[in-house]
Design a protein around this ligand. Structure first.
Ligand code: R5P
Length: 305
C-alpha cells in the first residue's frame, strides 16, 4: 500500500505509516501566496492500492481542494484503489437544511470526493452517520469509542477518585455516552442543549441536565469541540449539580477559539482529544492531552490490501 499525506495532518499520517511499517509515499504540496494549492505526484502508483490521509479541518475548502488533486492524479496514473482517509470530515454538521433555504454541504462534499476518483472513504466519528448515505462509493464511518474506553481503563487514576459518569452534552451524543458507559460499566447522563440557529457559534447554548451527577467524576463525550460552548456550558452545569471533577473527551479538535488561555482557564479538569485534526503548537495548553487514532485507522486500512 502507498500512503500519501495531504498537508492537513502529516504527524497523524506518519503515525499510521509507522503502524503499517511503511514509509509515507513521496509527493509535493505547494501552497501559493494567494492561497491556491498544487499537488505533484512523484511516485509510480500504477496498479497500486493508494490511500490519502487528509482531514477537512480549517482551511476546510483548501484541504478539500488538495484532496481532490490527489484523487485526480492517482486516478490518472492508474492506481488500483484510491482510499480517501478523512478522519475529520468537514461540513458533516451540514447534513440537512436546518432552516428553509440552506444548502446541504455534506452532499456536495460527497459528490466532489467521488468525482475526483476515490474508490473508498474512511472517516471517523461523523457528526451525523446519515452523511454516509450521500456517498455512492463504500464509506466506512469508524468510531473512536473503543480507543477512548481503553484509554480511560488504563488511566483510571487520572480521572479522580469518585465513581465515573459519562455525560452526553446534547441529544446528538446520547448514543456515544450510552455506549461508552456500557463498555466501561458505569452510569451515564444526558443534557438538553438549545442553540440559536441565527448564531450557531454562540458560546453559551442553553442547557438542562438529567442523570445522577452529584459526587461523581464526569466525562463529557462529544464528537467535535469547536467554540467550546457546548463542553464548557455542560461542565458548568455538572459542577453546579455537585460533580467532583469534569473532564472532556472528544474526537475532533476544531478549536475555533484559538486562545489557549480560554481553554486552560475553563472549568474542565482536562481535555482529551484525538489526533484526527492537527492542533498547532500556538493553540496548545497544559490541560490538553491527545489520544491517537492512528492504530484504529491503520488497522482498517489493512483491509484494503
Ligand atoms: C454539535 O451538536 C456537536 O456534536 C458538538 O457538540 C458541537 O459541534 C460542539 O461545538 P461547540 O464547541 O462550538 O459548542
Amino acid at each position: 500500500m502507498l500512503l500519501f499525506s495531504g498537508s492537513s495532518n502529516q504527524p497523524l499520517a506518519e503515525k499510521i505509516a509507522e503502524e503499517l511499517k511503511i514509509s509515507l509515499a513521496a509527493c509535493e504540496t505547494v501552497r501559493f501566496a494567494d492561497g491556491e494549492v498544487r499537488v505533484r505526484m512523484v511516485e509510480n502508483v500504477k496498479d497500486q492500492v493508494c490511500a490519502v490521509l487528509q482531514s477537512l479541518s480549517p482551511p476546510v475548502d483548501s484541504n478539500l481542494m488538495e484532496l481532490c488533486q490527489f484523487g485526480q492524479l492517482l486516478k490518472k496514473a492508474g492506481a488500483k484503489k484510491i482510499v480517501a482517509v478523512v478522519p475529520y470530515l468537514g461540513y458533516a454538521r451540514q447534513d440537512k437544511a436546518h432552516r428553509e433555504g440552506e444548502a446541504v454541504s455534506s452532499a456536495i462534499v460527497a459528490k466532489i470526493i467521488e468525482t475526483f476518483g476515490f474508490t473508498d472513504v474512511i472517516t471517523l466519528d461523523l457528526h451525523s452517520v446519515e452523511v454516509v448515505n450521500f456517498y455512492k462509493i463504500p464509506t466506512l464511518s469508524l468510531s473512536a469509542l473503543e480507543t477512548f474506553a481503553q484509554f480511560i481503563d488504563s488511566h483510571r487514576d487520572d480521572f479522580g477518585g469518585g465513581d465515573l459518569v459519562i455525560a452526553a452534552p446534547d441529544e446528538g451524543a446520547r448514543n456515544k455516552a450510552e455506549e461508552l458507559a456500557k463498555i466501561l460499566e458505569v452510569d451515564w447522563a444526558i443534557f438538553k442543549k438549545e442553540r440559536d440557529l441565527e448564531k450557531p457559534d454562540e458560546i453559551k447554548p442553553k442547557m438542562t441536565g438529567q442523570g445522577e451527577i452529584k459526587g461523581k467524576e464526569v466525562i463529557i463525550i462529544d464528537d467535535i469541540v469547536s467554540t467550546g460552548g457546548t463542553a464548557i456550558t455542560c461542565s458548568q452545569k455538572c459542577l453546579g449539580m455537585g460533580a467532583f471533577h469534569v473532564f472532556l473527551m472528544a474526537t475532533h479538535a476544531v478549536f475555533t477559539r484559538g486562545e489557549p488561555q480560554f481553554w486552560q482557564n475553563s472549568p474542565l479538569e482536562k481535555i482529551y482529544i484525538s489526533d484526527s485534526i492537527l492542533v498547532p503548537k500556538t493553540k496548545m495548553f497544559d490541560k490538553l492531552e491527545f489520544i491517537s487514532v492512528a492504530p484504529l485507522l491503520a488497522k482498517n486500512l489493512l483491509n484494503f490490501l
